[in-house]
Write a protein that binds this ligand. Structure first.
Ligand code: WTA
Length: 641
């Protein structure tokens, strides 16, 4: 495997990466996390680092009190009041800029308005907004008054919004009149109203005016215009409410690739400490650094590295509404060029799309501001990694391949740019303070080179917080796979399969739930797909298990580059490549050419639904899809194959 040393230019310029030796830090657990806590401003200092009473959920920085909004905004006012905190680019070419002081004023106004509408400390506010500045502002307004935010991705249908509001007993809703998807207008308010109609009692609703005067939106009895509220309450002095470190900061639901959406809650102190620390060690964020993370704020990546991490660090956040391809494929590169983006954080899926479009797009723009590139969400193939490194980063920007989950709150495995070497395709070593083990079905540690279950064997501050009642036990399942959750052998089960090298570098094979057993051998779909995407014409692939008469075979869905190709030639090339690189036993029985793969809004392929296609099962729980229309098309293609 080729190793990439940190590019010299980056090493010379990097600002605050912590050089502390991984071993030393690791030995000092849990004290090593005090270093993370010290990145925050505490209203009351904590008196104990952790509490095991709720094991397996460890709780952090006990006795400490702090406020997230104060940490993200007020603490910066003395030194960088006029620095830009947020730059927004709208779908229609609009641009808006907010300084830290602007954020302070608008967050305080909305915080005062929420209070006036009856929202109290610990109440839950659901936010159902696309990528508008009002989204992070409302999150911080909630945090300021000690309310708990519950952001629901704006693309969800009303039913999904209802279940996510009811589950957490939401006291208010913040939404907008509508938004634009390329040329089409999305009526967000209509979706919100449909959801509200199925609630027993309608909570107060704040409506952001995104569409402007040309679209008149009717506000109901308990519905309020966002701008009117800002106008009424601007200048309000809303003191940040001191929150216990263990108090919830927000609820979030996981992407639901594997079934029902799962509620997660993150606690204020531990979550912020984990995110602040990784913003430094992984992204080298310091005041004034400009970061563009393409994730939607409705998912954990957006919470941690669009909103909290950058603002805790005093950085400048770039937020882009709309699609990367609209009005044309130059848009992402124009955003980088115009805003002087220094850190770009995106997913392998987006990078593959850029690859498909070709290097002429990035190369037509000035990318000299870029210093560091990041990727998250799924394994990145070495080819994709190298394309990103060469054509986006001009071979001078390190790439951090960051592994983490909604449950972990912050990045746990990644190289540290400027310190660790990169190995394309391998995420890297666990970060200082994080201990991992690859184990077999019985929880026994496997030696380097042997694939198994990725587990984490020491608690970390931004870990998922416990929930009450039955929900406690649902979450406790993360520990039950290998151990009694209340026993001492603490082992968090990630649901990922991985392999570790002699030097501690972890390669993610794929989710455990995407592992296929063919011919009594376990196959990581990610591994098969990496082979298939080396075939010239293929852009994306998904491998699923097809069961016919008790026999399991492999079926591959592949999307192709736009040019005309001879499909029989490609089909053979795919099956040959799998047979050659994985083994004859794994030769796919079927190859289906798909216009698109079914994906969640966070870009994860929905294997479960592809399995429904090949096994002629009805589609269930498809409301988390970005492109639900593709299912019918795939079923037709499958039946005519
Ligand atoms: C996968 C997103 C390979 C993994 C932050 C994990 C990755 C799931 C990587 C969590 C990576 C995340 N390489 N796979 N760098 N990062 N994953 O909760 O399977 O949306 O369990 O959190 O994404 O997805 P989630």
């Amino acid at each position: 495997m080729v190793h990439y040393r940190p590019p010299q230019e980056f090493v010379c310029n990097r600002s605050m990466i912590d050089e502390a030796d991984r071993e030393t830090l690791g030995r000092k657990w849990p004290a090593c996390w005090e270093d993370a806590a010290s990145l925050l401003e505490w209203i009351n200092p904590y008196d104990r680092i952790l509490d095991k009473e709720n094991s397996p959920f460890y709780q952090w920085f006990i006795g400490g009190k702090l406020n997230a909004a104060e940490n993200c905004i007020d603490r910066h006012l003395s030194e960088r009041k006029s620095q830009v905190a947020l730059r927004w680019e709208g779908k229609q070419g609009e641009r808006r800029t907010y300084t830290y002081y602007d954020l302070y004023r608008e967050v305080s106004a909305i915080a005062a308005a929420l209070r006036e509408l009856g929202v109290k400390e610990d109440d839950v506010v659901t936010i159902y907004l696309p990528k508008l500045p009002e989204l992070p502002i409302t999150m911080l307004a909630c945090a300021r008054i000690g309310a708990v935010h519950n952001v629901v991705f704006a693309g969800f249908a009303p039913d999904a919004l209802v279940s996510r509001m009811q589950r957490v007993d939401s006291s208010a809703l913040v939404t907008c009149d509508g938004s634009f998807r390329e040329e089409t207008m999305i009526d967000q308010k209509r979706k919100a109203d449909a959801a509200l109609a199925s609630l027993k009692e309608s909570p107060p609703v704040i409506v952001v005016d995104r569409l402007g005067t040309s679209h008149d939106t009717q506000l109901g009895k308990t519905q309020y215009d966002y701008d009117d509220l800002v106008e009424t309450y601007v200048g309000a002095d809303v003191a940040p409410v001191p929150r216990q470190s263990t108090d919830p900061l927000f609820h979030i639901h996981t992407s639901g690739t594997t079934g029902d959406p799962q509620q997660m809650t993150h606690a204020t102190g531990g979550y912020l400490a984990g995110v602040a620390r990784t913003s430094r060690t992984v992204f080298d964020l310091s005041p004034g650094t400009t970061i563009w993370c393409t994730a939607d704020i409705g998912w954990i990546t957006g919470h941690s590295y669009v909103v909290y991490g950058p603002l805790l660090s005093g950085a400048t956040v770039v937020l882009m509404e709309g699609s990367l391809r609209y009005p044309d494929r130059h848009r992402p590169w124009k955003v980088i060029e115009r805003n002087g983006v220094e850190i770009l954080y995106t997913t392998p899926e987006v990078i593959r799309t850029f690859m498909k479009w070709g290097e002429s797009f990035p190369e037509a723009h000035d990318r000299s501001s870029l210093q560091l590139l990041g990727t998250v969400g799924e394994p990145i193939s070495p080819d994709t990694w190298k394309w990103y490194y060469t054509h986006v980063g001009e071979e001078r920007c390190p790439i951090v391949d960051t592994w983490w989950q909604t449950e972990t709150g912050c990045i746990l495995i990644s190289t540290r740019p400027g310190i660790d070497e990169s190995k394309p395709g391998s995420v890297g070593p666990s970060l200082p303070g994080i201990k991992i083990q690859i184990v077999d079905e019985d929880g026994r540690e496997l030696p380097p080179g042997e694939p198994g279950y990725l587990t984490i064997t020491r608690p970390w501050p931004s870990m998922l917080a416990p929930l009450d009642g039955d929900r406690y036990w649902v979450l406790a399942e993360y520990w039950q796979t290998f151990s009694d959750p209340r026993a001492d052998n603490w082992r968090y089960f990630t649901s990922d399969q991985a392999v570790v090298d002699d030097d501690g570098y972890v390669t993610i094979i794929g989710r455990d739930d995407h592992i296929i057993t063919v011919d009594n051998r376990r196959l990581g779909t990610a591994e098969i797909e990496a082979v298939i995407t080396t075939v010239d014409a293929v852009t994306e692939a998904a491998a699923v298990a097809e069961s016919t008469a008790g026999e399991t075979t492999l079926c591959v869905f592949a999307t192709l580059k736009q040019e005309q190709w001879d499909r029989n030639v490609i089909r053979n090339a795919i099956t040959d490549a799998v047979a050659e690189h994985i083994g004859e036993f794994a030769r796919p029985a079927n190859v289906i050419f798909a216009p698109e793969l079914p994906e969640t809004h966070s870009g994860k392929t929905m294997y479960r639904l592809l399995e429904c296609v090949v096994n002629d099962r009805p589609f269930t729980d498809s409301d988390t899809l970005r492109n639900p229309e593709i299912l019918g098309e795939l079923a037709t293609i499958w039946n005519w194959k």
